[in-house]
Ligand binder design. Structure first.
Ligand code: PEP
Length: 254
């Protein structure tokens, strides 16, 4: 089993008190392990709180980044600001941003480029809607989402990036893609990237996201092309998140 990534997306949840309880619960159970990367992505306002409270075994990510470098962009947070406070990762192109904040593929490509310019590792989210899956468009949607970023930026940037396959119909719905359904898409993602660079295609971590929980995580992470999970709802419950982490730990130690 290669390296596994367990990424928590707290979305717009929490407060100072609940965050402290949650991170303490995770701190207690996450140990230094070169083969498991645990990343916590709190809301912007709590990045420094979690940076202070977390142990050195845990990394920090932001949930978004501005598509602009700096300047007159009221309410935005730039890549250089995230780098300044020592954030490691940034989620880009989450389906909630695509749907609610008009993050188009062009905007996402700018964010992806700026993440790299500021030494942040982007976790690029892609995924099809329920209607797209039902009408047999899953693979073409995935292909156009990936290709648009590769062709607007550079394939080389993917050598230091993560992809998260998140079928929109599985996010926050309690409905999970089966390990086989997810594996099929992950394999296709590698095939799409193979045309540009075979080393990057075979080595880029591809996470699955969509109602991952303590009970289904091990079966998902067992698949050859699933390199961990991006976890929303279940990451807000310390014990459940630790269960997911422990599923990864047991696979790594097998
Ligand atoms: C997410 O928001 O990235 C996500 C996967 O959410 P959930 O785990 O709640 O489906």
């Amino acid at each position: 089993m290669e390296k596994l990534f367990i990424v928590a997306n707290w979305k717009m949840n929490g407060n100072k008190r609940s965050n402290e309880q949650l991170i303490n619960c995770i701190n207690d159970k996450v140990c230094e392990n070169a083969n498991i990367e645990v990343v916590i992505c709190p809301p912007f306002t709590y990045l420094t709180q979690i940076l202070k409270l977390k142990t050195s075994s845990i990394k920090i990510g932001a949930q978004n980044i501005s598509e602009n470098q700096n300047g007159a962009c009221t309410g935005e947070i730039s890549g250089s600001m995230l780098q300044d406070i020592k954030v490691d990762y940034v989620i880009i192109g989450h389906s909630e941003r695509r749907q609610m904040y008009n993050d188009t593929n062009a905007v996402i490509a700018q964010k992806f480029e700026l993440a790299h310019q500021n030494n942040l590792i982007p976790i690029l989210c892609i995924g099809e809607s329920l209607n797209e899956r039902k009408t047999g468009q899953t693979l073409s949607v995935i292909e156009s989402q990936i290709k648009s970023i590769i062709e607007t930026t550079r394939i080389e940037l993917f050598a230091k990036s993560i992809i998260a396959y998140e079928p929109v119909w599985a996010i926050g719905t309690g409905e999970t893609a089966s390990p086989e359904q997810a594996e099929e898409v992950h394999t296709n993602i590698r095939n799409i990237m193979e045309v540009y660079d075979s080393n990057i295609a075979s080595s880029i971590p591809i996470l699955y996201g969509g109602s991952v929980n303590g009970a289904n995580s091990k079966d998902l992470f067992t698949m050859g092309n699933i390199n961990g999970g991006l976890i929303g709802g279940a990451s807000l419950n310390g014990e459940e998140f630790v269960e997911i982490y422990q599923a990864a730990e047991s696979l790594i130690n097998e």
